[in-house]
Design a protein around this ligand. Structure first.
Ligand code: 13P
Length: 259
């Protein structure tokens, strides 16, 4: 399938989202295997987004390795009386590169709306970290033909407030909610269609940013389907849940992106 955008040299990114999984000894083993499996990657960056308590461990183990690390959420506030929250500046102190914002589990289970997500996105940018903005429709929305409308609204919450330039230092992850943790992956064609749509929407406000912004696909990506997804011209890597907890799977997904 061809992209409406000319071929560029966008690098690939494969980021693991560990969600609420892990323990110190298991993490040590997983991280060591991810480091050794990532050493031969040339145009693909591997990253892991770990639970907050393990950021120090990730920093200790991954510093100086080719693998980047990050968090799964952040407060929209810089500091203050927000019990239980973590600021972007704190994440900076642990050497994070990436911060996931607006994951569908945060939106659905913790009531995060697109305005809050946009503020979180900006809070991450303000500290020089790279937000990974998650967008995606539910099954009901897809079946009602609302995929594009939903994704547009989630994107424009950021671009409307902060301009398309805000996307220049971020990453977009298209994660159809119906494909997350269900074993039901979007077909490469379904994913490519939404990725192209996203790039076209961004191009309406900034053609240069549209060309350069990385758009990841997430939702039941495994070693067995990563290659065909990443072969699509507008899919620049993946945001990986369950498969990122298994070193051999995650490494194979990174290698599929690097081909
Ligand atoms: P799964 O890969 O487990 O479907 O999860 C995807 C996801 O939510 C990544 O953020």
């Amino acid at each position: 399938m061809r992209s409406v955008f000319p071929e560029t040299m966008r690098a690939k990114l494969v980021a693991g989202n560990w969600k609420m999984h892990g323990d110190l000894s298991g993490n040590a083993k997983l991280l060591a295997e991810v480091i050794s499996g990532s050493s031969g990657l040339s145009r693909t960056r591997a990253a892991v987004c770990v639970p907050y308590p393990y950021l120090g461990q990730a920093q200790d183990v991954l510093a100086g390795s080719p693998v980047a690390w990050g968090a799964q959420n952040v407060s929209q506030h810089a500091k203050g009386a927000y019990t239980g929250e973590v600021s972007a500046a704190m994440l900076c102190e642990f050497g994070c590169t990436y911060v996931i914002v607006g994951h569908s589990e945060r939106r659905a289970l913790y009531g995060e709306d697109s305005d809050t997500v946009a503020l979180k996105y900006k809070a991450v940018l303000n500290t020089g970290l790279r937000p990974i903005l998650c967008v995606g429709e539910t099954l009901a929305q897809r079946e009602a033909g609302e995929t594009e409308r939903v994704v547009d609204a989630q994107l424009s919450a950021v671009t409307g407030r902060f301009g398309a330039q805000a996307l220049a230092s971020g990453v977009i992850a298209y994660e159809p909610v119906w494909a997350i943790g269900t074993g039901k992956t979007a077909t490469p064609e379904q994913a490519q269609a939404v990725h192209t749509h996203i790039r076209e929407r961004v191009a309406e406000v900034d053609a240069t940013v549209a060309q350069s912004v990385q758009i990841l696909y997430g939702g039941s990506v495994k070693a067995s389907n990563a290659g065909e997804l990443f072969a699509m011209p507008d899919i620049d890597g993946g945001l990986i849940g369950g498969a990122s907890l298994i070193a051999a799977e995650f490494v194979a997904i990174c290698q599929a992106a690097d081909r």
